[in-house]
Structures are given as structure tokens and as C-alpha cells.
Design a protein around this ligand. Sequence first.
Ligand code: CA
Length: 240
Amino acid sequence: MSDVGRCRKVNQDMFLLDEAVGLYAIADGMGGHAAGEVASDLAINALAGSWRQNGSPADDRPTGEVGELLREALSEGNRRICESVVTRSEWRGMGTTMVAMAVTGERAVIAHVGDSRAYLLREGELRLLTSDHSWVNEQVKLGLLTDEQAHRHPMRNIVTRALGNQPEVEVDLMEESVQPGDVFFLCSDGLSGMLHQDEIQEILTEHGASPRAACEELVQRANAHGGEDNITVIVLSRDA
Ligand code: CA
């Protein structure tokens, strides 16, 4: 589910849900003059196209190989954005985050760049799987800000790594097992910036078995807290 929020005129977030191949992603575009939407759209299309071209991963494909496919797909998005910027001066500076998850049988492989996130709710406990490429998260890692200070910091929107900003991009990869009852959750910062982790945990615990209800509640809650940015959420639930 994706929502413009209560403060922005346009929604620059894009998402991909392809249950047939087990591929899910969110891209949060940045840049004025419609450039943000262009960047997130280019990245999502590059991911989908690259996945189709390389063959949808079969359940028995090794997760290392799936990770490399994801890395290559995000790099392709990065290349396409960099190439597009050259053609239109008003697109200069555009970029996008991306969090992408591929599910192959009992494993989930996650790739990310920027501050869009992946979480896992398992046995009532919500764990953040990704580490934001953001200025505030760098300060938290250095011990200069607490999580709470970072959450409210005026510079919390500064992303330190994005697709479209450099000719080469470093993609973070991780993998997780998929167990009965697991709820995986992907979101843009319009959600994670508005809700604390314990509130997300509470909503996913209550509604996780029904992803649509969970998405509706999460978006509604982010808007109730101000809806300062575009809000995009994907909830993936494995039957218990
Ligand atoms: Ca955003």
C-alpha cells in the first residue's frame, strides 16, 4: 500500500509486488521537478526487467546467486538513473533509495541502498534487518546520537547512499530464514519516521496474519502522527 501522506502533493515512492517470482521492493525517490518519481520508477523497472532477463530464481537456486542477481538489478537501476540525468538538466541530483526482497523457498534475500527498511516480526519480536544509509544512523553508530535523538533529528532525511548519485553503488545484502508465522515488513521512511519500532511491532503482532489490514492500520497511523512524507508499506506473512 502506498499513500501520499498529509504534507506532500505527489507520491515519489514506487513499489513492486511480484508474487509469482517472490520479488518485493520499495523505492523512495528524491529530487524536484518530478525527478524523484522518475528515479524511483527507473529503479523499480530496472529491478523487474533485470529479474525477468536473468530468469526468475527457482526455489533451489543458491541464495548467494540470488543475492548477486539483486545486487546486479540495483546496479542496473543506478546506471539507468545516472544515464537519464545526463539527458535532462532539471533531473540533476535525482536519486532513489531501494529495499528489495526475494523469497526463494525457505530463505529471504534482502538488498538495500538508502533508508528504506526491512523488518522481521518473529515470535512477537520485531527486528530491524537493514541498517539505514543516512547521516543520523552514522551518528548513532558513532555514539553521537541516541536512537530517539536520531528519530526526531532535523537532518534525519539526509541519505548518505542512494541509487543515481555515483557511477558505482555499493549494495548491502543480507539473508534470513523464512519460518512459519514470520511477518516480513518493508517500508519507506514516511512510515519508519512517523512510528516508533514498538508501535510497528504492536500493529504487526495484531494484524500480521492479515497483511491488508496491517497495511491499512500502518498507513492510517503514520498519517495520524502527521503524515509528513509519502508512506509505502509491504507486509508479507508466512502461514503459521
Ligand atoms: Ca521518503
